[in-house]
Design a protein around this ligand. Sequence first.
Ligand code: SAH
Length: 265
Amino acid sequence: MTGTPKSHGRISARPMLQPRELITDTPDLAGSWTAQIITLFPQAFPGVLGESLTGRALQDGLWQLQTYDLRSHGIGKHRNVDDTPAGGGAGMVLRPDVVASAIAEARAGARGIMPLVYLSPRGRRFDQAMARNWARGDGVTLLCGRFEGVDERVLQHFAIQEVSLGDFVLTGGEIAAQAMIDAAVRLLPGVLGNAESAVEESHSNGLLEHPQYTKPADWLGHPVPDVLMSGNHAKIAVWRRAQAERITQERRPDLWAAYTAKQQK
Ligand code: SAH
């Protein structure tokens, strides 16, 4: 048996005293960017993605979220999804037949360009370029592992790309999925209020961002740099660029080397 995938998002027309519903059973929102999540914990979604800019964009239908419950694909009365590792050892491994059934269900609902990804510490490290790539497509299908991970054969069978959030081990793929979706969704047209803000920020132009300041102009004897109070936008832009370069050079020699190599071309 398979469960009905849960759709999240879509604005509700009814005026409500409660915060607007984030989880509804409305079917596919034709055309909007779609995150499909295969997980043992569908209730963990939308999670933090339901807040702030990504939450509003979800309600407004700028993107949609569909969760696929691995448990509903489980075997037998107890809906078993895992078993002991072949060859022995600690922990449990997600069964290939169970995972394949969930993937087939999700992919049947996929359209256009939607990469199939397994969140995994063995994967290629996620970065801004990957977020940009995903945002340019129609969405993504993310498989969240648990326990010791997923049977290797299902990864090979579907030629699943493995992507890592970083060089550390989480207990499951759900937090990694939310982080990656957040990074992609904020690049979708209309999600960020100010179209500029994705252009100048860290990792968009190969540099880390310049320091930011706000009111009060003097805080505990620390003033906001004079140039920022000067109203001279050309000077401010030059100052910010120099600061971004300084910070990148100090903190990330790897990014700095790539940046200077590109400037020389
Ligand atoms: N035994 C595995 C780790 C399993 S951790 C190994 O040593 O490689 C359980 C699940 O958490 C994984 O299946 C994966 O989906 C998720 N996970 C753990 N660390 C992750 C990371 N750095 N990036 C993305 N997903 C991760």
